[in-house]
Design a protein around this ligand. Structure first.
Ligand SMILES: Nc1ncnc2c1ncn2[C@@H]1O[C@H](COP(=O)(O)OP(=O)(O)O)[C@@H](O)[C@H]1O
Ligand SMILES: [Mg+2]
Length: 350
């Protein structure tokens, strides 16, 4: 499809001040950086570089760049937004929206270190937001109007971030697809997270969007149980578990899992893609029904509050021992009402 002729062109270079290393993974390094603009403008961004080992592989780079272009227009509140694909000294990097928060693995470890269990509603809320982001990405169409057929292929706790404001964001799209490419073409390369793979993916078969739904199911199960029952002692064992280990009796392991949620989990974790959820929309709808059908369930605000309390940005007293999100909301509402009440008394006395 021909690109529309521009009205006019503006040329400007970007300068980044890299300030902090956030994470170092197998494929690349993620930094916090400031994007500098004209006249003292600064914008905080995350900047991801690719390890030289991978950057030297033409096939990998082609795919990395191709996928960066693909995700450029993925704009959704539950997906980390890509800003720019840059190149300096022959090395490519991606800049993206900076998330002030933690990934789900860090989140789970924090819960563990405090000996706490994530409220069931919040676990479901987080999974529903992952499903929202996936539904959007899966349905995304290219400029020619044809579906892009995006499959994340690497939905796992490290690729899901929670901001201290409570937003849930799926990340690592571009690389995930490039990674999938490597896995497909070179079965020898051990990449991806076997304990979160769908059975078809673990078996090196062709994957489609339904694969991401299985992975989302595993992430949800781990958030509820506090551990991933498919994780084995080695990648090979995890892969085998995903393919053939019977599902654990999760309702017996966690009585908070109601019948409705158990049904959702079982359907997301169906090994046969034909019997699984067929779309992220359906999974999202079921998860949202589970938390919202009785009334007010968790929101970004309640998760944000929970996050800030868990990481010590709000003293626990301020939360008033509320465990469920609904209680948190009620407390917030009451505090507000109380304040308003006192305020008006003050006014009338004046
Ligand atoms: N936009 C971002 N803002 C803040 N931290 C991020 C961002 N993207 C990634 N991270 C952090 O860096 C880690 C690795 O990023 P990711 O894109 O998954 O790279 P990798 O290819 O190494 O897995 C994430 O788990 C998260 O902790
Ligand atoms: Mg990652």
């Amino acid at each position: 499809m021909p690109v529309m002729a521009p009205l006019f062109t503006i040329q400007d270079g970007f300068t980044y001040e890299v300030t902090r290393k956030i994470a170092e993974g197998g494929m690349g390094i993620v930094y916090e950086a400031a994007q500098l603009g004209a006249r003292g403008f600064r914008k905080r961004v995350a900047l991801k570089t690719i390890r030289e080992r991978f950057a030297r592989q033409k096939m990998f780079m082609d795919n990395f760049i191709g996928e960066a272009k693909l995700v450029a227009d993925l704009i959704h509140t539950n997906i980390v937004q890509t800003y720019h694909l840059g190149e300096a000294d022959g090395l490519c990097f991606i800049t993206m929206e900076y998330i002030n928060g933690v990934n789900l693995e860090q989140f789970r470890r924090q819960l563990e270190s405090k000996g706490r269990q994530l409220p069931k509603e919040m676990a479901v809320f987080i999974a529903s937001r992952i499903a929202r982001g996936l539904a959007y990405a899966h349905a995304k169409r290219g400029p020619d109007g044809k579906p892009l057929g995006i499959v994340h292929r690497d939905v796992n706790p490290k690729n899901v971030m929670i901001a201290f404001e409570g937003d849930v964001k799926l990340t690592d799209f571009g690389v995930a697809k490039a990674r999938g490419y490597l896995t497909d073409r070179e079965g020898e390369v051990a990449v991806g997270k076997p304990a979160y793979m769908s059975p078809e993916q673990a078996d090196f078969r062709v994957t489609d969007k339904r694969s991401d739904l299985f992975s989302t199911g595993v992430v949800l199960l781990e958030l509820l149980l506090g551990h991933n029952p498919f994780r084995g002692g080695s990648s090979e064992e995890s892969r085998r578990n995903v393919i053939e280990k019977p599902l654990p009796p999760f309702q017996a392991m966690d009585p908070r899992i109601d019948d409705d949620l158990a049904r959702i989990l079982a359907k997301a974790l169906e090994r046969d893609p034909l019997r699984r959820y067929q779309s992220a929309d359906d999974l999202r709808d079921d998860l949202e029904w589970n938390i919202y059908h009785k009334g007010l369930g968790p929101t970004n605000e309640t998760l944000g509050r929970y996050m800030r309390e868990l990481f010590g940005q709000i003293p626990p007293e301020a939360i008033n021992g509320a465990r469920g999100s609904t209680k948190l909301l009620e407390n917030t509402a009451r505090t507000r009402a109380g304040r308003r009440g006192r305020g008006s008394r003050g006014l009338s006395a004046a």
